[in-house]
Write a protein that binds this ligand. Structure first.
Ligand SMILES: C[S@@+](CC[C@H](N)C(=O)[O-])C[C@H]1O[C@@H](n2cnc3c(N)ncnc32)[C@H](O)[C@@H]1O
Length: 222
């Protein structure tokens, strides 16, 4: 059994490991993944008309823009992946801290990004050490997620913190607009859907083969 000390990985370290991984795979990403990603785009979007200001979040090499044959705004935190894109609008940025004002996009598309985010892997890791939180596997074994013990909660179990990227996407979307996302199925955990439903109405769940997809409408801004 791995020692608990080995689980002490900071969020920033996880992010830079993921970034390095994509920086290193940029040269062969398209040839290895084009068919797989194109199939997801086709199943997910299925001829939908996409109009307005569109963001591709975690755009990678820009294959979605190529598939749609449309100029969309691409954000990714891997410089090498972005460099492979021929898109006009490419922004180096973190999905959890987007460099945009509120209410600017009509549609946010995000294919196979979410499972890379530290918030997401914390959910699946079952143990996480943060500055203020100590988390333990849910001892009932019934829930797929886990609970949190914090100094402030004096030992009471609390639910796990939200997934930041959903709040960010909600912030930058105009009212009533769409968030279309897929998540790698093998990393998918039902709690993600619950988190998504806090900020979005799920209009449709789509089987995208390797991924599970959701078409969502943003809940009204308060
Ligand atoms: C599996 S690839 C998918 C790329 C693209 N969406 C596609 O359909 O081919 C995941 C992408 O998410 C990016 N990514 C991962 N974490 C990110 C983050 N925190 N902020 C921005 N981009 C991130 C990676 O650099 C990588 O390009």
């Amino acid at each position: 059994m791995r020692k608990i000390e080995n689980m002490k990985t900071t969020v920033n370290t996880k992010k830079s490991n993921i970034k390095n991984k994509y920086n290193l795979s940029a040269d062969f990403y398209n040839s290895r993944y084009r068919n797989i990603q194109y199939e997801k785009y086709a199943r997910m979007l299925n001829g939908m008309k996409l109009n307005g200001v569109i963001l591709d979040l975690g755009s990678g090499t820009g294959m979605l823009s190529e598939f749609l044959d449309k100029e969309i705004i691409c954000v990714d935190f891997s410089i090498n992946m972005l460099k492979k894109s021929e898109n006009k609008y490419r922004i180096l940025g973190d999905a959890e801290k987007l460099p945009f004002k509120n209410n600017v996009f009509d549609i946010v598309l995000s294919f196979t990004l979410i499972q890379n985010l530290p918030d997401f892997s914390r959910r699946n890791a079952n143990i996480y050490y943060g500055k203020h939180f100590q988390c333990f596997p849910n001892i009932s074994g019934k829930a797929p997620g886990f609970s949190v013990k914090s100094p402030e909660s004096s030992g009471k179990l609390r639910s796990f913190p939200e997934i930041k990227v959903f709040k960010e996407v909600r912030r930058i979307l105009k009212s009533n607009s769409l968030f279309i996302l897929t998540i790698l199925r093998k990393k998918y955990d039902g709690n993600v859907k619950k988190e998504l439903e806090k900020d979005f109405f799920i209009l449709k769940e789509v089987d995208c083969g390797e991924d599970i997809g959701f078409i969502c409408r943003v809940k009204r801004h308060k």
